[in-house]
Write a protein that binds this ligand. Structure first.
Ligand code: NAI
Length: 297
């Protein structure tokens, strides 16, 4: 079955290049009206350019409909104005892809707190600003699809990216809770952990892999996660056309006869044993499984 975005309005943040551009182009190709947001910053978040306008030109040249928006996702008033502009131009907002991002990589020993805050501000607070600005409208219209952009760094760690990791795993937790809160009103919230050769990663990809890791290899997973029949609360990894699912699991665990640190040490292998682990569907399931262990289940 063809996945169409005909009649849908999508905001894609940070869509002036890289992954966001690929998402915006493909959404428009499949019928969506797109707000291409980007302040056109450098990789570290400084500066500005007309990157968004150039992507709008590409969309229009291909016969699609789009408008450019230069809001910084960190500025609540600019974000509110962006959403108002989207509604004025296209009538509603059905899809939000939170994709804007910056890097300030340094080992934690050398990292200034200003660089920690700047990265959390764009990725985590920026995504919260944009989501907050569309959330009640989506609930009221009983339709919303939101995508958060996490990262393998957030899910699994990466040397030199403590600030980015903190923001990126925060987004995955944010999405899981919004998936629960949005369920009653058909607002679905998912997370993508992309891998693509963009200006953000161009210096870490071996040259021979740059072409293979084109952002177009991530776009199918992103579009699926904001489509009509998308699941909700899932985390997909995607790169070069390979799509994976990431889960946050919980092991069966051990009910300690004597709750002491020594008993934790003695049982650690069994505590960490992944046999019978589950993927809780909400935080409450952890307490339920604790009660089960206490009852010897
Ligand atoms: P990119 O640097 O090409 O795209 C990020 C865009 O966000 C830029 O166009 C930039 O101008 C824009 N931006 C930065 N600050 C902004 C702000 N305050 N308001 C609005 N726009 C802003 O890099 P790429 O790779 O396309 O990154 C897209 C997303 O994917 C980011 O969230 C990134 O962290 C994430 N990601 C990328 C990976 C990769 O392998 N390329 C891996 C994991 C995550």
């Amino acid at each position: 079955m063809t996945i169409s975005f005909e009649g849908r309005v999508a905001i894609v943040t940070g869509a002036g290049g890289g992954l966001g551009r690929a998402y915006a182009l493909e959404l428009a190709r499949r019928g969506a009206k797109v707000v291409v947001n980007d302040l056109g910053a450098q990789r570290d978040g400084t500066g500005a350019s007309d990157a968004a306008a150039r992507v709008v030109e590409e969309i229009e040249a291909a016969g699609g409909e789009a408008i450019a928006n230069g809001a910084s996702v960190t500025q609540e008033e600019q974000v509110a104005a962006m959403v108002a502009e989207a509604k004025a131009a296209f009538g509603a907002v059905h899809i939000l892809i939170n994709n804007a991002g910056i890097l300030r990589d340094k080992s934690f020993a050398k990292l200034e707190m200003a660089d920690f805050r700047a990265v959390v501000d764009v990725h985590l607070i920026g995504s919260a600003n944009c989501t907050h600005a569309v959330w009640n409208g989506m609930r009221e219209q009983n339709y919303g699809r939101i995508l958060m952009t996490s990262s393998s760094t957030g899910l699994y760690g990466n040397f030199g990216q403590a600030n980015y990791a903190a923001a990126k795993l925060g987004l995955a937790g944010f999405a899981r809770t919004l998936a629960l809160e949005g369920a009653r009103n058909n607002v679905k919230v998912n997370t993508i952990a992309p891998t693509a050769a963009t200006r953000m990663t161009e210096d870490i990809f071996p040259p021979e892999l740059l072409a293979r890791f084109d952002p177009d290899g991530v776009a199918p997973a992103a579009l699926y996660l904001v489509s009509e029949d998308a699941p909700t609360g899932v985390i997909l990894g995607a790169g070069a056309g390979v799509v994976q699912a990431a889960h946050i699991t919980l092991t069966r665990g051990v009910a300690l006869a004597e709750p002491t640190p020594e008993a934790v040490a003695a049982s650690y292998a069994q505590i960490a044993d992944r046999e019978g682990e589950i993927v809780p569907q909400s935080g409450a399931e952890q307490a339920m499984t604790i009660l089960q262990r206490l009852q010897g289940v």
